[in-house]
Design a protein around this ligand. Structure first.
Ligand code: C2E
Ligand code: CA
Ligand code: CA
Ligand code: CA
Length: 279
C-alpha cells in the first residue's frame, strides 16, 4: 500500500508532470526536424600536443529550433535514441561531416580526420557497415580521414558481435576511437579484443587532473594503458594551460577542449584550418 501511495504521488507530482510534458513536446517536435532542415553540425578541433596542429575535428550535432534556439544534443539525443530517430539523424550527421571534410580537402586544406559519434542504435543495425561504406563512396572521402567514436557501454552488450562489427569497420580503412574512456564498464578484459585505434579520456578526469590526485592517477593509468596497447590517446575537456601541460608531460597525443576551441559551425573551422595549413 505504501508503495502504491508513493507511485501515485509520483504520477501526480507537478514537477514530474512538467518534465513529462516537456519530453512529449520535444519528442513531437523532433519528428520532422531533420526534414525541416533544423539539424546543424558543429565541429570541434583536436590538437596534436606536440606540433600544436589541428589533426582532427569532432562532429557534434545541434538542433536549431525555430523558436527555442540552439538545443544541445544532451537534450534530444537520448530521446532520439529511445524513439529510433537517431538512426536517420546519425546517418545525416555522418554524411554531412564526410561531405564537409571532403570540401575542406578540395579547398586545399591540410587533410584532417573527421570524427563522428555512433549511437548504440546505429551500431546494432545490421546494415551499419554498408551505410558507412556507401557514404564514403558518395562523398568521395577516403576512409583514412574518417574516425568513428564508440563507447564501451554499448560494445559490452554483445561482445562477440561488437568485435565483428568493429573489425568490418576497420577493414574499410577508417579509424575507431573508444569515447568517454574510464566512465563505462572499464572492461579491461575486453579492451585488447576490441580493434580500436584510440582512447579518448573522459573529460571528468581531465578537468580535475591538476586539482585532484585521484583524477591524476586515473589519467596516468589510462595513458599508460593506452601506450602499452599501442593506442593513440586523446584527452577531452582540456580547459586550461595547466591541464594541457600536465597531459603533454605524460605523453598524451591529442587534446580537445575549450582551451583549444569550442564546437563551431563549419565556416568558423574553415578559418582555423586555413591558418593550420599555412604553418
Ligand atoms: P561527447 O561525444 O563526449 O562530446 C564531447 C562533449 O563535450 C561535447 O558536448 C562538447 O561540446 C563538450 N566539450 C568539449 N570540450 C569541452 C570542454 O573543454 N569543457 C566542457 N565542459 N565540455 C567540453 P555536446 O556537443 O553538448 O555533446 C554532448 C554529447 O552528445 C556528446 O558527448 C555525444 O555523446 C552526444 N552527441 C553529439 N553529437 C552527436 C551525434 O551526432 N551522434 C550521437 N550519437 N551523439 C552525439
Ligand atoms: Ca564523442
Ligand atoms: Ca566523449
Ligand atoms: Ca559523452
Amino acid at each position: 500500500a505504501k508503495q502504491q501511495g508513493r507511485s501515485q504521488h509520483r504520477f501526480y507530482s507537478p514537477e514530474i508532470n512538467a518534465r513529462l510534458q516537456e519530453r512529449l513536446t520535444v519528442e513531437n517536435e523532433l519528428r520532422g526536424a531533420l526534414e525541416r532542415g533544423e539539424m546543424v553540425v558543429y565541429y570541434q578541433p583536436l590538437i596534436d600536443l606536440r606540433s600544436r596542429q589541428i589533426t582532427a575535428v569532432e562532429a557534434l550535432v545541434r538542433w536549431q529550433h525555430p523558436t527555442r534556439g540552439l538545443i544541445s544534443p544532451a537534450k534530444f539525443i537520448p530521446i532520439a535514441e529511445d524513439n529510433g530517430l537517431i538512426i536517420s539523424i546519425g546517418e545525416w550527421v555522418l554524411r554531412t561531416a564526410c561531405e564537409q571534410n571532403r570540401t575542406w580537402q578540395l579547398a586545399g586544406m591540410a587533410p584532417i580526420r573527421m570524427s563522428v559519434n555512433l549511437s548504440a542504435r546505429q551500431f546494432e543495425k545490421p546494415n551499419l557497415v554498408e551505410i558507412v561504406k556507401q557514404i564514403l563512396q558518395e562523398t568521395e572521402l577516403s576512409a583514412l580521414y574518417l574516425e568513428l567514436e564508440v563507447t564501451e557501454s554499448f560494445l559490452m552488450g554483445d561482445v562477440q558481435r561488437s568485435i565483428t562489427t568493429l573489425k568490418q569497420l576497420r577493414e574499410l580503412g577508417l579509424w575507431l576511437a573508444l569515447d568517454d574512456f574510464g566512465t563505462g564498464y572499464s572492461s579491461l578484459n575486453y579492451l585488447n579484443r576490441f580493434p580500436v585505434n584510440m582512447l579518448k579520456i573522459d573529460q571528468s578526469f581531465v578537468q580535475n587532473v591538476t586539482s585532484n590526485s585521484d583524477s591524476a592517477a586515473v589519467t596516468d593509468a589510462i595513458i599508460a594503458l593506452a601506450k602499452s596497447l599501442q593506442l593513440k590517446i586523446t584527452a577531452e575537456g582540456v580547459e586550461t594551460q595547466e591541464q594541457l601541460e600536465y597531459l603533454e608531460q605524460r605523453g598524451c597525443h591529442e587534446g580537445q577542449g575549450y582551451y583549444f576551441g569550442i564546437p563551431a559551425p563549419a565556416e568558423k573551422i574553415t578559418e582555423l584550418l586555413k591558418l593550420n595549413s599555412q604553418q
